[in-house]
Design a protein around this ligand. Structure first.
Ligand SMILES: Cc1ncc(C[n+]2csc(CCOP(=O)(O)OP(=O)(O)O)c2C)c(N)n1
Ligand SMILES: [Mg+2]
Length: 570
């Protein structure tokens, strides 16, 4: 565009259009009224979703970004708005989600005075966001916005914060537009792929670990071809279970919280670990025990988009800085390794996964009236394979992650940062991004109540999400840790909850309570039909047995184990 006079706010919205933005999530504030006004004119191209809490805006934008592959965009107001958004910014950093979060700021002539709601965002978000920018002149809006999108989407993606002083939005400028950003990823060299092949040729018990951002459907197809040709066992990292079809005979499980002990052993005793796309973080490595830091016993190959992740904790034998599509196409082109002596090891890994999916050990002590093992199996059968399943944090997610089988890529939306309150808005954001798909959110009584206000957003935007609430009337995860460390001394973990079906109904949602196993299947059928036909949310409250802490442990079994002095595996 030529030298047209525009306000900073209008120039900013024009840059959003150029960057390909078609959806913005926000809670309004007087600090960026001009932007809201410019969005009014751009309404045909940019949809605006207004939330009830800024964490909801960021979590919804996060899910939207994961599903569309485009950076999610959020607007929040200064001070309090920014503070409410912080949880989502932290989560997006840990999840490597590309986001651009615009935050209102005091006028440039008051900066540094601790003016009304002023925060120095560079200090506040410095260690949290991938980058923090503050635009201090209207004519530099195009440059800074382009940089924010470029940074958010290249290398290891992440959240970028952009502070917008009020006068910068109201000033006029004839600055020219920027261009659309171009996400940039590295590619492996011939030498690196040859080195990988040579390490694989020497292996007897290799394990491939998969996860992280940046995968496309085509990249995962290429990876699957490589896995099938070489009959390799595949482990998905913590909350990246949808990167490989869980029904596939080469899938052997998730390296996450409550890992199958046999899988942990298989990884520990592997002679070659090829980690592709995922961070070798605390949750995926069982607290840095599956691999020793800094020099693991296994030969380690680490492939990651972010240069800074390579050699961060571990010193791999081979490090490859590459985007996932770039790396996977090289894998697909690699000649088959012959002979591959590990087929029996792959089959054994799969058999251990199947065994781990059988009836939970805790049922030996305690048969629950409402069987969550059956619930997860029935859920699996009732929803299409491309259904999106979101969750937040809590022990309820252990049942889902262990007994559900994720199918296609982009079907799991779960926070690797373990932040409560994520699942509810993320599921709504996913439904807004993909209205034709079935979206289910599995949540807990603690987790739901951290974002319950977003049910209003779901109703307002016709997001027909099915919420499965596992209500055990407590912060069960913390109670589990409490029973291990301070048995019998319940402190700060019991909850008195509202009438959840009634609460759901007040938001215009279907609200159903299920108290036994037989009640679940009909309730799910009703909820799926309701969300599809009425385009409104539905909530199924599952009244859970508080004694059943995990699939492995009841309160009684945990106390007995501790009393006998045996090391428990809970
Ligand atoms: C925002 C946030 N606050 C606190 C925690 C610590 N925390 C982890 S799980 C949990 C309890 C979750 O309760 P609920 O959703 O009821 O699930 P349950 O463990 O009972 O199945 C808490 C308090 C957290 N992870 N995130
Ligand atoms: Mg609970």
């Amino acid at each position: 565009m030529g030298p047209v006079e525009r306000t900073g706010a209008r120039l900013l919205v024009d840059q959003l259009l150029i960057q390909g933005v078609n959806h913005v999530f926000c809670v309004p504030g007087e600090s960026y009224l001009g932007v809201l006004d410019a969005l009014h004119d751009a309404a045909a191209a940019i949809r605006l979703t207004v939330n009830r809490h800024e964490s909801g805006s960021v979590f919804m934008a996060d899910a939207y970004a994961r599903l569309t592959g485009q950076p999610g965009v959020v607007f929040v107001t200064r001070g309090p708005g920014a503070s409410n958004a912080a949880i989502g910014i932290h989560n997006a950093r840990q999840d490597s989600t590309p986001l651009v979060v615009f935050i209102g700021q005091v006028g440039t002539d008051h900066l540094g005075r601790e003016a009304f709601q002023e925060i120095d965002y560079r200090q506040m978000f410095g260690p949290v966001a991938k980058a923090v920018e503050q635009v201090e002149r209207a004519d530099r809006i195009p440059e800074v916005v382009a940089r924010a999108f470029q940074c958010a989407s290249s290398g290891r993606p992440g959240p970028v914060v952009v502070a917008l002083p009020e006068d910068v939005l109201s000033d006029s400028t004839s600055a020219a537009d920027a261009r659309c950003h171009q996400p940039v990823q590295a590619a492996p060299s011939d030498t690196q792929t040859a080195a990988l092949r040579s390490l694989l040729r020497q292996a007897q018990r290799p394990v491939l670990m998969l996860g992280g951002p940046g995968w496309t459907g085509a990249a995962l197809d290429n990876l699957r071809r490589f896995v099938e040709v070489n009959d390799l066992p595949v482990v998905c990292g913590f909350r990246f279970q949808d990167r490989f079809d869980n029904e596939h005979p080469n899938y052997i499980g998730e390296a996450g919280i409550g890992i199958n002990p046999k899988l942990a052993q298989r990884i520990k005793t592997a002679d070659l670990v090829i980690a592709i796309g995922l961070r070798l973080g605390e949750m995926t490595t069982s607290g840095y025990t599956l691999l020793q830091a800094p020099v693991p016993e296994q030969t380690l190959v680490h492939v990651h988009e972010g240069l800074e992740e390579l050699g961060r904790v571990y010193q791999p034998m081979l490090m490859i800085n590459s985007g996932m599509p770039q790396f996977a196409s090289r894998l697909a082109a690699m000649n088959q390794i012959e002979p591959a002596p590990w087929s029996a090891h792959t089959r054994a890994g799969r058999a251990e996964y199947e065994e781990w999916q059988q009836r939970p050990a805790a049922y030996r002590q305690h048969e629950p009236t409402l069987d969550l093992w059956q619930v997860m199996r029935q859920l699996r059968q009732a929803v299409p394979r491309n259904a999106i399943v979101a969750n937040g944090a809590g022990n309820f997610s252990v049942w889902l992650h262990r007994f559900f089988r994720y199918g296609a890529p982009g079907t799991q939306i779960a926070p690797t940062s373990g932040c409560m309150g994520y699942g509810v808005p993320a599921a709504i954001g996913a439904k807004i991004a993909a209205p034709e798909r079935t979206v289910v959110c599995v949540t807990g009584d603690g987790d739901l109540m951290m974002s319950v206000q977003e049910l209003a957003t779901a109703a307002q935007y016709h997001a027909g999400v099915v919420f499965l609430l596992l209500n055990n009337s407590m912060y069960g995860t913390i109670r589990l840790h409490q029973e291990r460390r301070f048995p019998g001394r319940v402190s700060g973990t019991a909850l008195v909850n509202p009438d959840f079906p009634l609460l759901a109904k007040s938001f215009g949602a279907l609200g159903v309570r299920v108290t036994d196993t037989a009640g679940f299947a009909p309730a799910l059928t009703e909820a799926l039909a309701y969300t599809r036909e009425r385009r409104r949310p539905a909530l199924i409250e599952l009244v859970c047995d508080p004694d059943l802490l995990t699939p492995e442990a009841t309160v009684a079994s945990l106390r007995a184990t501790l009393a006998s002095g045996e090391p428990g595996q809970a």
